[in-house]
Design a protein around this ligand. Sequence first.
Ligand SMILES: [Zn+2]
Length: 203
Amino acid sequence: MRAVGLGLLILSLLGVWGTSQTTPITIVAIDAGHGGDDTGSIGIDNLFEKDIVLKIAHLIALEAVSFPHIKITLTRHEDRYLSPKERIQNAQGAQLCISLHLDFSYDPWMHGITILMPTKASQATQALAEALRHSILATTKGLSWKTKTAHLWLRRLNIPAVQINLGFITNPEEARKLNQLPYQKRLAHAILQGIDDFLRSQF
Ligand SMILES: [Zn+2]
């Protein structure tokens, strides 16, 4: 019995090693837009875009413990202005990048999440956007949705990279949700799930 037990132990250890060897760690840069004097959009109740996206970036880093093969690196950790050049430097070594922003409109009814891809996005970037679209839609049912391309500094990273505008800070209902921890956590988890789904589709 002891020999069998030892054999099982060895097999399970091999399993652990095998798993860690075959599941590569992917480094994902999460870029919280704006910071410091650059507040980004200012919305309902004097909410600042720079603060909400930084909170969600931190939550993504925290929630990533549930995704052992995803390692999060943040381009900014605190309320500080960064140039695109500094953001690119801080994302060095990452294999994916997701930039977080909010939308602004003078029309208080405008709402919904938008994914932006750099123009001439690679197939991998398109696949990442699609995976994020699925996972975020599952979390934010009923919101309008569109994916569009834009000129973004992200394309200079030469890795799959998208920008997500997580809602309108000028829509009273959406701004209220975006300022609440449970909704921020749901968005953070949905983004991680989308990254995870994308990575699984690539192997
Ligand atoms: Zn922004």
